[in-house]
Design a protein around this ligand. Structure first.
Ligand code: B12
Length: 225
């Protein structure tokens, strides 16, 4: 008996998550290509890969995988984003304007999620100034003074870097920062939660790039009132 289309899609997405979790790049990329050819939405494909990455992280914590496992997982995800980027840009497409200053804070080199956030924001019409990874607080302040952003977006995944997020926000809020003092700050990254946001003094937090876009859109709407 053949499966219903909904089930087929769910099985396909589960298989992608599983291939990523097993670090089987060949199978993961083939499944992604098949899913795209079958009309699967790129965002759902990305979400299933994120689920696979979470499993990789858990296996790393249980010492079933080593650092090389994290590196391979990052590489697989990067390639999946490459395969889905065109469709993602179509799916995201919207209109907005505003400038977002983005970067991964000092001590942290994770950039896959930050790059996804940049991709989504750009697709929705935001101008993104991306400072890269391992960015010290003074660079964020300098860039905020230079570009006058509407929103500052900080990314971090390692908990050791939460204090660096806090440092950025303290530096941005200092009287010497000038007009940058009032710019709302949104933080993101898979390990972030409300507790971290409160601790670092962020205005908004998210673990989802699209939610990040909605937050920035809300900020722009409130500004124009
Ligand atoms: C791939 C990976 C790596 C790669 C990163 C490659 C790269 N170029 O980014 C490499 C191998 C370099 C790496 C290194 C390390 N990693 Co690592 N890594 C991962 C892994 C498996 C996936 C991360 C990822 O890319 N996820 C996919 C993206 C898309 O998700 P995301 O980042 O959450 O982003 C989404 C949202 O959060 C949001 N978002 C993200 N940022 C922002 C910002 C804004 C403004 C907005 C709006 C939204 C937003 O948008 C994205 C899309 O929705 C995670 C496990 C996990 N569960 O996440 C561990 C993980 C993050 N790493 C971990 C660790 C410990 C390390 C190392 C310390 C290991 C070591 N011993 O050296 C080093 C740290 C190096 C450093 N100083 O930064 C831990 C962190 C634990 C903790 N809480 O501190 C994790 C959680 C694994 C684990 N469970 O133990 N890692």
């Amino acid at each position: 008996m053949s499966e219903r289309p909904d089930n087929e899609a769910a099985v396909r997405l589960e298989a992608i998550a599983d291939a990523v979790a097993r670090l089987d790049e060949r199978v993961a990329l083939t499944l992604v290509q098949d899913a795209l050819a079958a009309g699967e939405g790129p965002l759902r494909i990305i979400r299933s890969c994120e689920s696979g990455l979470r499993q990789v992280g858990e296996r790393y914590e249980r010492r079933e995988y080593y650092l090389s496992g994290l590196i391979m997982a990052g590489e697989i995800f990067r390639r999946v984003v490459g395969l889905t980027q065109h469709d993602l840009e179509q799916e995201f497409a919207g209109t907005a304007s505003g400038l977002v200053l983005l970067g991964t804070v000092s001590g942290d080199i994770h950039d896959i999620g930050k790059n996804m956030a940049a991709l989504a924001l750009r697709a929705f019409g935001f101008t993104v100034v991306d400072l890269g990874v391992d960015v010290p607080a003074h660079r964020f302040v300098q860039a905020a003074q230079e570009h006058a952003p509407d929103v500052v977006g900080l990314s971090a995944l390692v908990s050791a870097s939460y204090s660096a997020m806090r440092d950025v926000i303290i530096a941005l809020r200092a009287p010497t920062a000038g007009p940058a003092r009032v710019v709302p700050v949104v933080i993101g990254g898979g390990t972030i939660d409300q507790q971290v946001a409160t601790h670092v003094g962020a205005d908004y937090w998210t673990v989802d790039a699209m939610e990040g876009v909605r937050i920035c859109q809300r900020v722009m709407q409130e500004r124009s009132r």
